[in-house]
Design a protein around this ligand. Structure first.
Ligand code: IMP
Ligand code: MG
Length: 182
């Protein structure tokens, strides 16, 4: 297990504890990939759309354990900036170029918090006529509230601010191979 060393004090922020180790993440991502592989066939023309930037490591690991032909595209929604709570204003800064029409689409999220991001974006993507539209999120805080229920969830996360394995606080900590609380 990695220790919370000097790279855990970026931007004057001190990490509290490791919540998920690289080994735990790897096992869970592999299981998600196997489950997704069983849920579709090659004729579904699977398209994974990953939310940047937070899911960049998750989707990179996930596509390599899905045993189906697939394509990958990205979507950029507005970020929290330096806040730890959502502004509720979700803007689409980069729109996927790939056509969703009649394809099996899986949205790949790093973490569902209030659910606002999914609630705003899923209907807009549904409108493009995918054959199916499912959400796969690595982490879910299970906060009662808005948003569609993800079909695949890696971990039910504690209601703490988490960083690492793609997740940031003010752009720091994304590179950590583990997930820690701030
Ligand atoms: P929601 O719209 O409140 O569900 O928030 C979803 C987005 O907020 C995620 O895609 C993350 O980018 C960000 N976010 C929410 N909680 C955390 C956290 O604990 N750490 C880092 N980013 C978070
Ligand atoms: Mg973020």
């Amino acid at each position: 297990m990695p220790t919370l060393t000097e790279d855990t004090q970026l931007g004057g922020q001190q990490l509290q504890r490791v919540v998920y180790t690289p080994e735990e993440i790897e096992v869970r991502v592999r299981a998600l990939g196997e489950d997704i592989s069983r849920s579709f066939t090659a004729s579904d023309r699977l398209l994974l759309i990953a939310f940047l930037k937070g899911s960049f490591l998750f989707v990179a690991d996930l596509v390599r354990v899905i045993d189906l032909p697939l394509q990958v595209d990205f979507l950029v929604a507005s970020s929290y900036g330096r806040d730890k709570v959502s502004s509720g204003d979700v803007r689409l800064l980069y729109d996927p170029a790939a056509s969703l029409k009649d394809r099996a689409v899986v949205l790949v999220e790093d973490i569902v918090d209030s659910g606002t991001t999914l609630q705003r974006l899923v209907p807009r993507l549904e409108a493009r006529g995918p054959a199916s539209l499912d959400v796969c999120t690595l982490l879910h805080k299970r906060i009662a509230g808005a948003g569609p229920e993800p079909r695949w969830v890696g971990f039910d996360a504690p209601n703490e601010f988490l960083v690492g394995y793609g997740l940031d606080y003010a752009e720091d900590f994304r590179h950590l191979p583990y997930i820690a609380s701030l």
